[in-house]
Design a protein around this ligand. Sequence first.
Ligand code: OXC
Length: 311
Amino acid sequence: MSAVNLQTSVAGVALSSYLMNASGPKCTTAEELNIIGHSQAAAIVTKSCTFEARQGNPEPRYRDLPLGSIQSMGLPNLGYQAYLDMVPSLKAMGKPVVISISGFSIAENRTMVTAFQQSDADLLEVNFSCPNIPGKPQIAYDFEQTEAALSQLCQLGDKPIGIKLAPYFDMSHFESMAAIIKRYPVKFITCVNSIGNTLVIDPETESPVIKPKGGYGGLCGDYIKPIGLANVRAFRQLLGDDMGIIGVGGIKTGSDAFEYLLAGADAVQIATCFEKEGPSCFQRIEQELSDFMAKKGYQQLSDAKGKLKAL
Ligand code: OXC
């Protein structure tokens, strides 16, 4: 259907196109995952699971904003066992299954990674960067903890392990994280998670727009696209062509997706746009990306991947 060939792969797993959902909105229940399975998304990505099921943070915990959203969901999910039980029915929909795992300790992550290593899931994305759990700082900002976790989680089976990273803002942080990643068999990275602990205030009510953590929440959507692009670009340069890189942050058009391709992403994930528009966004953005690339005379993703031009 696409004039341009949008087939790609991440960590050796073939994808029929460049776009999938992010572990974020509308991917928690079997019903929601079924909708993704029947959409044009190239893979089914689950909501980050924890050891036990969670209701998540108190409401209101999500607010649409003019250029995106702020949220502090607090990892509401069914608990890892439910997703483990769901793997066969998700796989039956005929596309790769990406399991997002977000334990509150290395021991919990070990247990969950071990369990999913023995399942038919295709990729395991360990979330080191949820900003919304009171009292649990993001592992991705603690380089020692990140290293301690990777040293244990990468040896639990042959399925490709990736990590979902927090947004970094300093070159030295890109370099430190890349050096750690290189020491372990991490097969892919997903960057970026929301920008944590931002504050949106309603001047009429004189309060924050979300309740958890006194209003501090993860900023998503257009606001964070330049940060997502910078993280993908920096890690592509530091980690080389063999690292799988999935870009996330503010993708809502084909040209947004194309910018992530130029920065070096192998695939992209859609969060806020999927939340606002629903599953038709995957086909629309895919078509827009194909049209945009066709107009430039490109035939496949590799024609432009990582080929950001110098000024
Ligand atoms: N990042 C996550 O990893 N999780 C969700 N929000 C976010 O920004 C959540 O559930 O709070």
